[in-house]
Design a protein around this ligand. Structure first.
Ligand SMILES: [Mn+2]
Length: 431
């Protein structure tokens, strides 16, 4: 027989892939992992019959000739199935979107695409073939794409994910059901734990990064801790989060880290604690250790391994075009027109920054026919400025909340450089 498998601890993308895989390989039988990820449990329980998967345990009585693997290319993530068929000599075909994972399944034929979700790879193949889907299958598949792309907000989202999704909608995928399956916290205890964690956060500024930390003790491990951490991270506005769960009964500490900056590599931060994962999502388990000591040791190590944040000084423009406070508004207007800027800092005789003059201030003067008046009587006197060492995160306040377009970088009253909204946006794109 031919079997279809996902990675162990199957998630929604695995279910989406398996469901579509049955159209590509109609003779094949889907196999269920022993572990189902908490986020995928509701969907699995409701569609058990539709999915119609055999359990991995039952593989041992079968003769398997071919294995189709979805959503992984790593040997140890399909071990639970392969262990059941130790004499397997057949063909292995892989469909996977984890382009950086260790590709160590020997002799496998790998279909690899860097899409945001693995389900997308299969959906596009079926779309090419003009396959008609059962609407329930379209719903399961589209749930997988939403889940793996973080509702189309993750960085790895591709145009192909949208194309596949649009096709799945045309095949009758039901958004009402999908939004039900995507609620990450299903159980009451998870929601209550979410609120407890939320109330116990410690906000730290480390090397210019805003980091959320918390040490949380509990008797026993419960499932879905990573989803809880992710939910907390989603509602908070920080660069990275590390929640340490001290598990009394198991006498260990579980550290879950998430980051939203390339510069904060949570996987390498957790490496000294035996952890691993990806740049933006990783975890570690410290056996035999729990309590405040672990927390203190972790924060010390974090301070050492964090690369400093990019600062205003790093990305500012150094040659600042400035105006003099005694210029006339007319001169200021001609000046801005010539240099093509919407505003400029205003300096006094001692070259100290005393205000900011924008096109808006100029039109005010124009309306009252005061173009000969000095700049100082029409400039904005309250200037939002920052220091060279301020992190880009600190500047968010100016551009996002106060809606200013330019922030001079100053030392005392001397201007060192300037940052514009465009500089800020360019930085967000590159970070
Ligand atoms: Mn996936």
């Amino acid at each position: 027989m031919t079997i279809l498998v996902g990675h162990t601890n199957m998630d929604l993308d695995c279910f989406g892939s398996l469901t579509l895989g049955k159209y590509l390989f109609p003779e094949a039988v889907g196999v269920k992992s022993r572990l189902i990820h908490p986020v995928a449990k509701a969907l699995y329980n409701l569609y058990k019959n539709q999915l119609n998967l055999m359990s991995s345990r039952d593989l041992k009585d079968q003769t398997v000739e071919k294995v189709i693997v979805f959503d992984t290319r790593s040997q140890n993530r399909i071990r639970e199935y392969m262990d059941m068929i130790p004499d397997f000599k057949g063909e292995i075909v892989i469909y996977d979107h984890h382009i950086n994972d260790s590709s160590d399944i020997k002799g496998a034929e790998v279909h690899s695409e860097p899409y945001g979700s693995n389900t997308t790879i299969l959906a596009l193949e079926l779309m090419e073939k003009d396959t008609a889907l059962d609407p329930v299958d379209a719903t399961i598949a589209l749930t997988g794409i939403f889940a793996d792309t973080g509702n189309f907000t993750h960085e790895n989202v591709c145009i192909e994910d949208f194309r596949a999704s649009s096709w799945l909608m045309s095949q009758g995928a039901n958004m009402k059901l999908i939004s039900q399956f995507l609620k990450p916290l299903k159980q009451d205890y998870q929601i209550s734990l979410f609120h407890q964690v939320l109330n116990r956060l410690v906000y730290k500024k480390i090397h210019g990064h805003s980091i959320i930390l918390s040490y949380f003790e509990m008797k026993d491990q419960v499932s879905g801790l990573a989803s809880i951490v992710e939910k907390v991270f989603e509602v908070e506005n920080a660069d990275a989060i590390f929640i340490l769960f001290g598990l009394e009964k198991a006498k260990k500490t579980l550290i879950i880290g998430r980051s939203q900056k390339e510069r904060i590599d949570v996987s390498s931060i957790l490496a000294p604690f035996g952890g691993g994962g990806h740049t933006r999502a990783a975890s570690a388990q410290l056996k035999g250790e729990w309590g405040d000591d672990v927390y203190n040791r972790f924060t010390t190590s974090l301070r050492q391994s964090l690369r400093p944040a990019i600062t205003a000084g790093d990305i500012m423009t150094r040659d600042v075009l400035v105006m003099h406070h005694e210029w006339s508004v007319l001169e200021a207007s001609l000046f801005l027109e010539k240099v093509g800027h919407t505003g400029a800092p205003v300096l006094n005789d001692r070259d100290e920054i005393v205000g900011f003059m924008t096109l808006r201030d100029i039109s005010k003067a124009r309306r009252s026919k005061q173009m000969k008046a000095p700049v100082k009587s029409y400039m904005t006197q309250k200037v939002y400025s920052c220091n060279k060492s301020d992190s880009i995160k600190d500047l968010e306040l100016f551009f996002v909340k106060y809606n200013v377009g330019h922030v001079p970088v100053v030392k005392d009253k001397t201007i060192l450089g300037i940052l514009t909204r465009t500089d800020y946006l360019n930085h967000l794109e590159l970070r």
